[in-house]
Structure formats: C-alpha cells, structure tokens
Design a protein. Structure first.
Length: 180
C-alpha cells in the first residue's frame, strides 16, 4: 500500500514505512520536550531505535489489518510530524480516531491543518468512513483550532480520559461526520 501527497511546496504526507525507524526516532528526540505536555509519559526506552522499531512494526501490522493508518509529515527526508488513524471500526460505525503532532520548528505554519484535510479526504475516498473523532486537552487551544478549521465539532468533555504527562486529564472530544 502506498500513499503520498504534497501538502505544501516542500512538505509531503505519506504512509509510514519500516525504513522510517531512524527518522522517526530523530523526530521524537528533537521534539521530546515539545511533546511531553501533550503525550503519555515516555520511558527512556521509547527514545531508542529498538522501541521505535517495535512501535513501527505494530503500526504497520495495524495498517495491514485495516485497524490503523500511520502517516508521517516529511520535509526533505526529515519527519516533521505525525498524523495517525487508530481504532478504525467497520460495520455500522465506520469510524476512527485521529491524532497528530507537528515538529516544534514548524508549529503555526498550517501543516497540521493541511495534513488533516488530506487525511479526511483519504478517510472518505479510500476508507469509506462515516466519522472521525479526536480529543484534545482542555487547554490545547492550538489543536482545537486545527480541528475546528477542519470542520470538527466539540461533542463533550471526557473526564480523566487519557493519562497524559503522568496524570489522568480531562479532554474535549470532537467529531466530524464525513458522509454528509
């Protein structure tokens, strides 16, 4: 399976591959502090090639099984972000969760919005999904702006929804209906 699309003059969105271990690890190492307030607490092993290889293998297996789609945002062979579909459910639900992040040096350049719009189109045309869901920490106004710009609507607050930065934290849930 392959997928690649330009999202700006020198930035593309493509599927993650098994060859991406080193560049994904580099992206996480560069952004370790930047992502820490928004991510689960990460053990030291997360920031090793062994752990990243295992994670990538799992994500490729999910892609092959149809339960997830891992994308990377790339500029000149450097990964500057991720956007991932998880928990893809077929049947009458036809739904998935979406999450994303952008490199600290590229925040505010519209890359998350451009990547999300392309992933939405992929969900409609390639996956035939009806709905996408996303969640943000209550104080993550930047991510909420990206979601609202992409047509997501807030649907409620989930208390103690995810353990982020070592603490169970409330999240604002969003959805976008794709089949209307």
């Amino acid at each position: 399976m392959s997928y690649s699309v330009e999202i700006s003059d020198d930035v593309s969105l493509r599927l993650l591959t098994e060859r991406d271990v080193a560049v994904v690890l580099d992206a996480y190492l560069r952004n370790r502090e930047h992502l820490a307030p928004w991510d689960p607490a990460r053990s030291a092993s997360f920031f090793t090639s062994v752990e990243q290889a295992a994670i990538l293998t799992g994500q490729i297996e999910q892609l092959n099984a149809g339960s997830g789609v891992p994308f990377v945002i790339v500029k000149s062979d450097t990964i500057i972000g991720r956007i991932t579909l998880t928990s893809i459910v077929r049947g009458p639900f036809l739904s998935a969760n979406v999450g994303y992040w952008v490199d600290k040096e590229h925040v505010g350049q519209g890359l998350a919005s451009a990547a999300l719009e392309n992933v939405i189109n992929y969900c409609i045309k390639d996956l035939g999904l009806h709905r996408l869901q996303a969640s943000t920490l209550l104080h993550n106004l930047g991510s909420q702006k990206v979601l609202r710009k992409a047509g997501f609507e807030p649907i409620g607050i989930a208390q103690k929804y995810l353990k982020i930065a070592g603490t169970w934290q409330d999240h604002l849930l969003f959805q976008r209906i794709l089949s209307e």
